[in-house]
Design a protein around this ligand. Sequence first.
Ligand code: PMP
Length: 399
Amino acid sequence: MTDLFSKFDPLIEQRRALLETGLTDPFNLVMEKVLSPTVAICNGRETILLGTYNYMGMTFDEDVIAAGKQAFDDFGAGTTGSRVLNGTFHPHRDVEAALREFYDMDHAMVFSTGYQANLGIISTIAGKGDYIILDIDSHASIYDGCKMGDAEIVAFRHNDVGALEKRLKRLPAEAGKLVVLEGVYSMLGDVAPLREMVRISKEHGAMVLVDEAHSMGFIGANGRGVAEEQGCIDDVDFIIGTFSKSVGTVGGFCVSNHPKFEILRLVCRPYVFTAALPPSVMASSATSVRKLMHGSNKRAHLWENSKTLHKGLRDLGFQLGTDEPQSAIIAVIMPDLERGAMMWEALLKEGLYVNLARPPATPAGMTLLRCSLCAEHTNEQVQDILDRFERAGKAVGII
Ligand code: PMP
């Protein structure tokens, strides 16, 4: 018998070697208690959270929590079924209405996660004989959506408008084409040149899907994302989003103005063949989405936090993923995995949680400490964060 697990041996060995040095496992952290969107107890210690994607701090919003509790009482704990059978409750319809209002679009379809939204939409709309043209640094859920479908996949260099155009030019004019982009790329926190990319895609007869997971609620005049900010949202055919970041709950969605969009509810397998989210989550999400429509004060403070942290880290001598802060994600580039893991642990001991990101999730084989800011981080917390980075960076020898 061939052990099917032998393919994991290199990873098992790498993990063993890392943990043998006595390092805390960076991928096994437990939040023992969560006190607020920005503070939790981890390993018995009060810890500032700087790696949660909880951009707008909605996880503890009292209206969001109250809506969920009410839905527990009114609808019970779960749906026990697919959206197309017994799993559509009033809150599912309501959250879709909230999304249509938020994006000012005709259609909204909610999935159990953002991962499933990408999986479902991409694999369903791009079929045999069609082409998917995607940025090489696309999220795993986009790649998995491509793998699940039958379309030809063409990747282009990250954020390179010329490379996208070159690829599009080479494709048969009459073939169906879907260009897949992200507003903010989550590894480095950089923003896509959507305006140019959408224009070129349209010139070549392609439909465009933009994953705005990391910009919803924060970027754009109404928080609709980078496509809104760059003035090209009307030319985007499909926006994918998630409730697991700014909205503060869980779930994924697609919004669109395509006149035939609703047919997807019958043909999209990751929508049909899985249970619908609990009504409590849907009611909390609907309340959160509606509150995000009036979040401009919070957005301004989040930008301030992002700018302060970016400048502070750069002044301390850290190498960052972008020259200027472009989003609420700031990536600190580590020299290698070993020192990245040491730095991650030193920060945790200082009472600061960030995400350790490593290949293959990262571009160019980089090890990153990813910081995601929250509108609820106070100025004092951001200063504390910088002090902790300085102490940890000096202790590990990175600065
Ligand atoms: N798209 C992007 C760009 C993401 O970063 C993520 C999650 N990190 C997802 C989709 C998936 O979202 P969810 O957590 O709702 O599955």
